[in-house]
Design a protein around this ligand. Structure first.
Ligand SMILES: Nc1ncnc2c1ncn2[C@@H]1O[C@H](COP(=O)(O)OP(=O)(O)OP(=O)(O)O)[C@@H](O)[C@H]1O
Ligand SMILES: [Mg+2]
Length: 719
C-alpha cells in the first residue's frame, strides 16, 4: 500500500475504508446521520487522484447546496493542496449551468443566456395574468410557479398539460404554464428548472455532447442522494454511462425534499438501475453523543415507511437532551438567549460559531432575532433576506444585465426609473405598446424616441439613460467588471441617491461588498470564450436562489432544511410545538413521515448538546392553544400532559444566571405613543403603539416596523 493510500485511509473505520477504496463500478453508501458519508466522499475523491486513477478535472462531485460545495472543496483542498482546483465540485444546478454555457447553442440558445430569478419569474407572471385576466388572489404567483416547476421536473410539456387538464383550475394553470414557456422561449431566457431540463434534453438529444462529458467524468460522486429528483438522476445516469463509476451516498431517513419532487425511492432501488451495484453500510456515528442519538433513533423508529437501521455513537453518553417549555414564545426566545449566554460565559466567545438555532419555518426567526439583538449576541441568518436579494444589489445587477444585453426587458423595467427619473406608469405603458407593435425590446424603442410623444423631461431622462447603457455596453469587452460597475453606479445616479441619505449606510456597504467581489473576479482568468460579464451574471443568478455566505462570527440561525449536512457542537431546536413542527399542513394532510425525518435531521446536527424548546400560549396560525410537539413524546423526551419524565429540564426563568452581557431588561413607563425615539441598532423611529412592555415602533428603512421591549437600555427619547 502506498503512503498516500495510508494517509487517506487512516482515521477511517473498516467500512469507511472500503467505501473509499472501492473506486470502480456503481457504489451505494447508505448510512445514518453523522456516520461519515461526506467524509468518505471527500477522502474518496482525494484517493482517486493520489492513486492516479484520474486527473482532478475528470472527477465530478455533486453536492446539495453551494455552501456544502464550498465546504467540500475546502476539505479536499486540505487533503490535496495542489490538485483540488480543477475538480468539479458543485450543485446540480451549477453543473448544468456550466454544461449549458459551453453547449446550449446546440439547442438554438445563446451561450450567454440569462437565468431568471424568482422575482423575474413573478414579473413574467404579472404580464401573463393581465393578458389572461387571471386574478392573483385566485392563483397566487408562488402556487403557479410551483405548478410550473413540478410540471417541468415531471417532464410534462405545456401541450400535454393542456390536453390533460379537466377542472377549471387545472385549465387555468395549464394556460399560465403555456404562456410562461412561450415567453421564456421567445426571450431565450431560462429559469432555474430549465437548467436541469435543458441539460437533460441536451445530453439526451445530442450524442456528441453527451459523449464528450461521459469521456470527461471518469468518476462521479453524489452526496445527499436521498434528495435527488428524477431528472437529476437521469442526468447522472447518462453522464456515468461510459466509465460506469458512480458513487452515491445518502440516508433515506433524511429525505426532506419530497415536497420539491425529490424521490427517496431512487436511493432505495438503486441496485435495480445498474448491474453489480455494491452497497456499503456505515453504522457508527462520529458526530453526536449517545444521548442525542438515542432520542433521534427513537423518534425515527415511528416512521413505518423505512428500512430499519440503528446507529451507535462513537462518543459516550454525554449530557441529557434538554427540553424547555416556556410560557410564551418571547420567553422561549429569551431562554435560548440566556442559555447561549451561559454557554459563552462558560466556554468563551470562541464557541459562537459552534452554536446553531434551528427552526421549522423562516417566520420563527423574528423574535429570536430581536431577542438576540437585545442580548447583544451576534448572529448570522441563513435563508432570509440574502445578500443578492437585497434591493440595491438586485438593482445594480439589473443594470449590469442591461449593459450586457440592452434587450433584457425585465432588467430594463426594473431600473429605468431607479433612481427616480420621472418615468411613470404612463410612459412605461407607451413603451410597452410601442415595443409590442414594432416587435422590439423596450430599449430598442428608444432609438425612435421622438416618435413616442413623450414630454421633454421624460425624453431627456430616457435619452440620458440610454446613452449610459449603450456606452457601457460597447465597453464591456474591454473594461474590467469593477470599472463597468463603478461607472454605472455613478452615472446612473444611483450612488448619489444612496449617499444622499445617511440612513442608507448599510445599503452603501452592500454595494461596496459587491464591488469588492467584482474586483476579486477581475483578477481571475476566465476559462471559456463567453464574456466575463456574461459569465458573472450567470453565476449571480445561481446565488440568488441559493444559500448565502456570511463571514462574521456569530450564532447561526437557520431553518432545518438549510441545516442539512451541517454539524454544530450546540444545537437548539426552537418552536417544537404541534402545528409548528410538525407543521400544520403536514398534520392536516397526514404527511407526517417527511416531517419526522426533518426532526431527525434537526436533532442529528448536534455534536455535544441538544436543547429543544417549545412554548405555551396561543398559536395565531393554527388558532389553537399550543402544545408541545408529538415528536417530543415519540423521542422519549416528554410524556403525556405532565412533566413526569426526569429527562425534562424545566427551569423557571428567574433561575438563569445572568452574566454581565445580559442584564435585566428594565421596562420603562416613560414611553408614549407618537414619541420619536432612537434605537441603538435600528436608529430613528416613531412609537406606533404600546402594549405593556412591548412597543410597536416604525423605524426608518431598511428596518421598518418592529415590536420590541421598550427599555431605556436600547431606546432614547428624542423630544
Ligand atoms: N472515522 C472517523 N473518525 C473520526 N471522526 C470521523 C470519522 N468519520 C467521520 N468523522 C467525523 O464525524 C462527523 C460526521 O461526519 P460526516 O459529516 O461526514 O457525516 P455524514 O454521514 O455525512 O452526516 P450527514 O448525514 O448529517 O450528512 C464529522 O465531523 C467527521 O469529521
Ligand atoms: Mg453529509
Amino acid at each position: 500500500m502506498s503512503d498516500a493510500k495510508h494517509r487517506l485511509l487512516d482515521g477511517l473505520n473498516a467500512n469507511q475504508q472500503q467505501a473509499v477504496s472501492t473506486t470502480e463500478g456503481y457504489v451505494r453508501v447508505i448510512a445514518g446521520a453523522g456516520s461519515g458519508k461526506t467524509r468518505v466522499l471527500t477522502h474518496r475523491v482525494a484517493y482517486i487522484v493520489e492513486e492516479h486513477k484520474a486527473w482532478p478535472s475528470e472527477i465530478l462531485a455533486i453536492t446539495f447546496t453551494n455552501k456544502a460545495a464550498a465546504e467540500m472543496r475546502e476539505r479536499i483542498d486540505h487533503l490535496l493542496p495542489d490538485d483540488s482546483r480543477s475538480i468539479w465540485i458543485m450543485t446540480y444546478h451549477a453543473l448544468c449551468a456550466r454544461i449549458l454555457r459551453m453547449n446550449i447553442d446546440a439547442l438554438g440558445y445563446p451561450r450567454d443566456f440569462i437565468i431568471l430569478d424568482s422575482d423575474d419569474q413573478k414579473q413574467v407572471l404579472k404580464n401573463i395574468y393581465a393578458e389572461l385576466h387571471i386574478d392573483i388572489k385566485e392563483i397566487p404567483y408562488n402556487f403557479a410557479l410551483s405548478h410550473i416547476s413540478n410540471s417541468k421536473m415531471d417532464l410534462i410539456n405545456p401541450k400535454d398539460a393542456e390536453a390533460s387538464a379537466t377542472f377549471p383550475l387545472e385549465v387555468k394553470l395549464a394556460s399560465i404554464y403555456k404562456a410562461y414557456v412561450k415567453y421564456l422561449t421567445a426571450q431565450k431566457v431560462l429559469d432555474f428548472d430549465d437548467l436541469l431540463l435543458f441539460t437533460y434534453k441536451l445530453l439526451k438529444e445530442n450524442a456528441e455532447v453527451l459523449a464528450q462529458y461521459q469521456r470527461k467524468f471518469k468518476y462521479i460522486h453524489v452526496d445527499e442522494f436521498q434528495d435527488t429528483n428524477g431528472i437529476q438522476f437521469e442526468i447522472v445516469k447518462m453522464l456515468s454511462g461510459m466509465h460506469e463509476n458512480l458513487c452515491i451516498v445518502g440516508d433515506p431517513d433524511q429525505a426532506i425534499y419530497g415536497w420539491r419532487g425529490a424521490d427517496p425511492k431512487i436511493i432505495l432501488d438503486f441496485e435495480q438501475y445498474f448491474k453489480g451495484v455494491q452497497t456499503i453500510i456505515l453504522d457508527r456515528n462520529y458526530r453526536s453523543t449517545q444521548s442525542i442519538l438515542n432520542a433521534a433513533n427513537k423518534l425515527i423508529e415511528h416512521n413505518r415507511d423505512r428500512v430499519k437501521k440503528d446507529l451507535q455513537a462513537h462518543h459516550g453518553m454525554g449530557e441529557a437532551v434538554s427540553f424547555f417549555e416556556a410560557a410564551d414564545d418571547t420567553q422561549e426566545a429569551q431562554y435560548v438567549a440566556h442559555t447561549i449566554d451561559q454557554l459563552l460565559a462558560e466556554h468563551g466567545n470562541g464557541i459562537l460559531n459552534d452554536i446553531a438555532v434551528l427552526y421549522r419555518s423562516n417566520y420563527l426567526s423574528r423574535i429570536l432575532e430581536t431577542t438576540l439583538i437585545d442580548a447583544h449576541i451576534p448572529y448570522r441568518i441563513y435563508g432570509d433576506i440574502r445578500f443578492y436579494e437585497r434591493k440595491e444589489i438586485k438593482d445594480m445587477i439589473s443594470y449590469l444585465r442591461l449593459i450586457h444585453n440592452p434587450n433584457d426587458d425585465l432588467a430594463f423595467n426594473r431600473v429605468v426609473n431607479e433612481p427616480k427619473r420621472g418615468i411613470g406608469p404612463k410612459a412605461m405603458s407607451v413603451l410597452a405598446d410601442y415595443a409590442e407593435a414594432n416587435n422590439c425590446s423596450r430599449f430598442e424603442c428608444l432609438a425612435n424616441i421622438d416618435a413616442l410623444g413623450f414630454t421633454p423631461k421624460v425624453r431627456k431622462a430616457l435619452s440620458e439613460f440610454a446613452e449610459v447603457i449603450i456606452e457601457l455596453h460597447e465597453l464591456q469587452a474591454t473594461k474590467s467588471l469593477a470599472d463597468i460597475f463603478a461607472e454605472v453606479y455613478q452615472r446612473s445616479g444611483y450612488k448619489d441617491m444612496l449617499t444622499a441619505d445617511p440612513q442608507n449606510q448599510s445599503r452603501v456597504e452592500n454595494i461596496n461588498a459587491l464591488e469588492t467581489s467584482l474586483k476579486e473576479l477581475d483578477t481571475q482568468e476566465s476559462d471559456d470564450d463567453t464574456s466575463k460579464l456574461a459569465a458573472y451574471l450567470q453565476d449571480i443568478a445561481l446565488y440568488t436562489s441559493q444559500d448565502d455566505d456570511q463571514n462574521d462570527d456569530g450564532v447561526t440561525l437557520m431553518t432545518v432544511h438549510s441545516a442539512k449536512g451541517l454539524e454544530f457542537d450546540y444545537v437548539f431546536i426552537y418552536g417544537m410545538n404541534d402545528a409548528v413542527f410538525p407543521s400544520k399542513r403536514s398534520l392536516e394532510e397526514g404527511n407526517i413521515e417527511e416531517e419526522r425525518r426533518l426532526a431527525y435531521v434537526a436533532m442529528t446536527r448536534a455534536k455535544k448538546q441538544l436543547y429543544i424548546t417549545a412554548s405555551a400560549g396561543y398559536n395565531f396560525i393554527s388558532k389553537m392553544t399550543k402544545v408541545p410537539s408529538l415528536f417530543l413524546n415519540e423521542a422519549g423526551l416528554w410524556e403525556g400532559n405532565q412533566y413526569k419524565n426526569e429527562r425534562i429540564i424545566q427551569k423557571p426563568l428567574e433561575t438563569f444566571k445572568k452574566n454581565d452581557r445580559i442584564q435585566n431588561i428594565e421596562v420603562s413607563t416613560d414611553f408614549k405613543t407618537g414619541q420619536k425615539v432612537t434605537h441603538n441598532k435600528y436608529g430613528d423611529g416613531i412609537i406606533v403603539s404600546l402594549d405593556g412592555d412591548l412597543g410597536t415602533i416604525a423605524f426608518a428603512k431598511p428596518h421598518g416596523i418592529k415590536t420590541i421591549v421598550v427599555s431605556h437600555q436600547f431606546l432614547k427619547i428624542k423630544e
